[in-house]
Design a protein around this ligand. Structure first.
Ligand code: NAI
Ligand code: MG
Length: 491
């Protein structure tokens, strides 16, 4: 009789290593100081105030950026109104489309520079900014360029008219991509814009302002003003805007909703999430493990649709958790500009402290916390990929959005049980299901209350596909044909 051979498990963390492969930065053109982009020109803020944007991987300052006060917001809104009345709403739709195509092409030409700036300013791995953020931003402009002169087909039997001036406020997790999500459909429908990027990641939006100049977009059609929450609030409350489009925290979303109650401003809100990724016993386990990793560690978990809750069917729980730990141990945490990096820097000190607070709460509540023993750089904001086992529905880490690389794992026995648990959250943005059976996919996805559901994959985006949530995850849809709706009046 043959003796069973004992195979020594691979020590993934040391079984191989990669030589550093940093992306070059010599081609990147950045100014030391950025002004506000109003009426086609860069202008100094009336109050003369500036703030720093830093690189979260090094904590070093990259540039100072103008802080827009109420006077500047007013100037930007007036410029947008004038451009709307005099130019943009009068321009033949096919001409509007040409500008969008031009912007899309320049984005492609400058893709490498934009990707590097995105990774420097926000901390995300260059692999993501290069392969996802920037190409998808260009794709959104291409896609909506095509709609500009075909709105009659988008809304058959109806006449569509633009709303006027849109105030758009975006977050720091996908800075250029969020700008594209907001700007492209609004322009295609004939609106003009005042956009406010997030205070920790303003640089790619300001590079986009330069691109708009290069594309000869008429002055005032898109204005880009920088600043923090107060600037955003001044924009929301300005009487001269017709629509607010916001992506960010549920707390600020609620403030905006309150501020707009009783006004005739239209609004769309893309807020937080606490998505369930569900693995059934019949799933292709290795594939599912890869999908879970992508679902929560992609962009350091700074993703509103991140698969931050994992539900594993009992029979495969041990195997899935073992494989997850093995795979996480191979992830490279570090320099966002290195092409091998899987997990980059946490976007800001404030976000890092929020993650730490919630992880500590998880430990206090009795969750079993696991992290790989990987090294992280001494300077900068870092958080190791983290798993939590033995958690309960009532735990804060199961209920609250962490927006970091932290996965809470629970097990389940039946389909009914997992659907109930998955829906037991104030959010309803996204989710994932992994199974070999098509019927089960339809059964589960029909019962999960979320706007976006992926089956046997995760975090896939496409400009043709609508995106948006239910409950406290927001209202309205962006992307696809649906993404035109919030920017038109139909008659
Ligand atoms: P935030 O909601 O404060 O920031 C998002 C944007 O809103 C930024 O441009 C900010 O300057 C602006 N803003 C802030 N206060 C405002 C106000 N009163 N009126 C108008 N605009 C305002 O989000 P923050 O503080 O950066 O992140 C906190 C949490 O929010 C994160 O930990 C995460 O859980 C969640 N979040 C969700 C995002 C999503 O994609 N759904 C994106 C960013 C954060
Ligand atoms: Mg920054």
């Amino acid at each position: 009789m043959k003796k069973a051979v004992k195979v020594k498990p691979l020590n993934f963390s040391t079984s191989w290593s990669y030589a550093p492969a940093p992306e070059g930065t010599e081609h990147v053109q950045l100014k030391d100081r950025y002004e506000l982009f109003i009426n086609g020109k860069f202008v100094a803020p009336a109050g003369g105030k500036y703030f720093d944007t830093i690189n979260p991987a090094t904590e070093k300052k990259i540039a100072s950026v103008a802080e827009a006060g109420a006077t500047d917001v007013d100037k930007a809104v007036k410029a947008a109104r004038q451009a709307y009345d005099k130019t943009w709403s009068k321009m033949p739709a096919a001409e509007r489309g040409k500008y969008l195509y031009r912007i899309a092409r320049i984005l492609q030409e400058k893709a490498r520079e934009l990707a590097v700036i995105e990774s420097m300013d926000g901390g995300k791995p260059i692999r993501e900014s290069r392969d996802i953020d920037v190409p998808l931003a260009a794709a959104h402009f291409f896609y909506y360029a095509g709609w500009a002169d075909k709105l009659d087909y988008a809304f058959p039997g109806k006449r569509s008219q633009p709303l006027g001036v849109a105030g758009q406020i975006i977050p720091w997790n996908f800075p250029l991509l969020m700008a594209a999500w907001k700007i492209a459909p609004a322009l295609a429908c004939g609106n003009t814009i005042v956009l406010k990027p997030a205070e920790t990641t303003p640089l790619t939006a300001l590079k986009l302002a330069e691109i708009l100049q290069e594309a000869d977009l008429p002055p005032g059609v898109v204005n880009i003003i920088t600043g923090a929450g107060a600037t955003g609030a001044a924009l929301v409350n300005h009487p001269g805007i017709d629509k607010v489009a916001f992506t960010g925290s549920t707390d600020v979303g609620k403030l905006i909703q309150k501020a707009l109650a009783g006004t005739d401003k239209k609004y769309t809100l893309e807020l937080g999430g606490k998505a369930a990724n569900i693995i059934f016993e019949d799933a292709a386990i290795d594939q599912a493990v890869e999908g879970i990793i992508n679902g929560i560690f992609f962009n350091q978990g700074h993703v509103c649709c991140a698969g931050s809750r994992l539900f594993v069917q009992e029979g495969v729980a041990k195997e899935v958790i073992r494989k997850l730990k093995d795979r996480i141990s191979t992830l490279i945490v570090g320099d966002p500009l290195d092409k091998n990096t899987d997990v980059g820097a946490i976007n800001s000190k404030a976000q890092l402290s929020k993650i730490k607070t919630l992880v500590n709460a998880g430990i206090k509540e009795g969750g079993e916390c696991w992290q790989p023993d990987c090294n992280v750089p001494a300077k900068g904001y870092w958080f190791r990929p983290t798993l939590f086992m033995n958690v309960a529905q009532s735990h804060r880490i199961v209920q609250e959005e962490i927006f970091g690389p932290v996965l809470a794992i629970q097990t389940f026995r039946t389909l009914e049980e997992v659907v109930e648990k998955a829906n037991n959250t104030p959010y309803g943005l996204s989710g994932g299901v992994w199974t070999d059976k098509g019927a089960k996919i339809f059964n589960v996805t029909g019962k999960i209350k979320a706007g976006v559901l992926w089956a046997n994959t995760y975090n896939k985006f496409d400009p043709t596909s609508p995106f948006g949530g239910y409950k406290e995850s927001g209202m309205g849809r962006e992307g696809g044909l649906h993404g035109l709706m919030p920017y038109v009046k139909l008659s």
